[in-house]
Design a protein around this ligand. Structure first.
Ligand code: NAD
Length: 409
């Protein structure tokens, strides 16, 4: 099933509960604008390569559209559309004044030199700059892009439109970026996890965790869990996984991973593979790497009672149904990983006010937004006796629908 079909399936389930008319469903699902552009790049060796870039602007009813920019060889129209749609509901769930968009270039970044990546970014900006900007559509880093790519993006955009740091977020802190942006998604994941465990009258200190992925999201989630006294017993990355039932020493593991580039062979641990990590005997499983890793093939073997979707769409709709029958609670991506876009919003606010916040203010505001959003989703789930995922969709779609009607169709 395609990314867009997966994203639409939850939408239709929620729309059914809400009693949305077919015409309203079509209006809310149809993207406002889809751009597909050719980018010709002169390589360092003088050869010409041609890439396809996408920017899909799904919905702007609640404000300028917001979403990441991916450089990855698997980027295609369907994936970008599915992720743009998710962004519309995600920004609405956390009630920040944005719509949803997503973009990407279908390219294997590992084959590009730094100079080629710089020129590729600038050529993409050259063709889309009139359709994006601080009041239209604000890209951010995603797979294969980072703060440096955002700095190039901002610089190229300024050549057409003047000084405009709010045209992208996730910039380097030294160049109009925000304190606390890098840790935001992982930190938000932990705030929500703590809240969820509290509902079950559990403490983080008495809970075991397994985390798939030790990149930006996974490593910051692990760091925060360890700070709060949680026992992280298993983590993995693309090279495999490690396990210690007594709990991993996360500060030491963070140093080890930054020195060696991987978590493999961390002293005092046993090796496990990625399948073993997903089915490990833990209370909470945090998939923080890829989409589609928990499917109908492995869902029945998963032993965790709580799954926190730190990655986008790690649980397929078929696996989601299996969890519903097993009473496994899934905290859905459109809430679970919304800490990143929330602090991106803070960056945009700071850029527009030309006033920098310190990290404590960023963390406090993030904590408030994550906690309020969790409580609202939990309340809807209880009142309607539905899953947290459907409750989050109801909240997000309801807010976008109301804004659409209030603005006038
Ligand atoms: P990242 O590139 O920093 O890290 C990805 C991690 O996953 C790495 O440790 C990598 O080794 C690991 N990995 C890759 N393939 C794997 C495999 N087959 N098995 C196990 N591990 C594997 O990416 P990130 O920024 O941490 O993002 C992770 C996920 O979270 C993505 O789905 C992304 O879309 C989502 N997300 C990220 C943010 C953010 O702010 N970074 C915000 C929202 C959602």
């Amino acid at each position: 099933m395609s990314s867009y079909e997966d994203a639409s399936r939850y939408f239709h389930q929620a729309a059914g509960i809400m009693g949305l008319s077919k015409n309203m469903q079509k209006l809310l699902l149809t993207p406002e604008r889809e751009m597909k552009v050719q980018i010709a790049l002169e390589r360092d060796n003088g050869e010409i390569s041609t890439f396809i870039g996408y920017r899909i602007q799904h919905n702007s009813a609640r404000g300028p559209m917001k979403g990441g920019l991916r450089f990855h060889h698997e980027v295609d129209e369907d994936e970008v559309l599915g992720l743009a749609t998710l962004m519309t509901w995600k920004t609405a769930v956390v009630n920040i004044p944005y719509g949803g968009a997503k973009g990407g270039i279908s390219v294997n970044v590992k084959e590009l030199t730094q100079g080629e990546k710089d020129r590729l970014t600038r050529k993409f900006v050259d063709v889309i700059h009139d359709m994006v900007g601080p009041d239209k559509d604000i890209p951010a880093p995603d797979m294969g892009t980072n703060a440096q790519v955002m700095a190039w993006f901002m610089n190229q955009y300024s050549k057409f439109h003047g000084f405009n740091p709010a045209c992208v977020t996730g910039k380097p802190v030294e160049l109009h970026g925000s304190e606390g942006r890098e840790e935001a998604t992982g930190r938000g994941v932990v705030t929500l996890t703590e809240r969820l465990l509290n509902k079950a009258r559990r403490e983080i200190t008495e809970t075991t965790f397994a985390i798939q992925g030790f990149g930006n999201v996974g490593s910051h989630a692990a760091r925060r869990l360890a700070e709060l006294g949680g026992k992280v017993v298993a983590v993995s990355d693309v090279s495999g996984g490690i396990w210690n039932p007594e709990g991993l020493d996360i500060p030491k593991l963070l140093d080890y991973a930054s020195e060696t580039g991987s978590i493999s062979n961390f002293p005092g641990t046993d090796a496990i593979d990625n399948d073993g990590l997903l089915t490990a005997d833990v209370d909470v499983l945090i998939p923080a790497a890829l989409g589609g890793v928990i499917t109908s093939d492995n869902a029945a073997e998963i032993r965790a009672k709580y799954i926190i979707e730190a990655a986008n769409a790690p649980v397929t709709p078929e696996a989601d149904e299996i969890f519903a029958h097993k009473n496994v609670i899934v905290l859905p991506d459109i809430l679970a990983n919304a800490g990143g876009v929330t602090v991106s919003y803070f960056e945009w606010v700071q850029n527009r006010q030309h006033f920098k916040w310190d990290v404590n203010r960023v963390r406090d505001e993030l904590h408030r937004i994550m906690s309020d959003s969790f409580d609202k989703v939990w309340q809807i789930a209880e009142e309607k006796d539905i899953s947290l995922r459907l409750a989050a969709y109801l909240l997000g779609i309801g807010r976008v629908g109301r804004a659409t009607v209030l603005g006038g169709i």
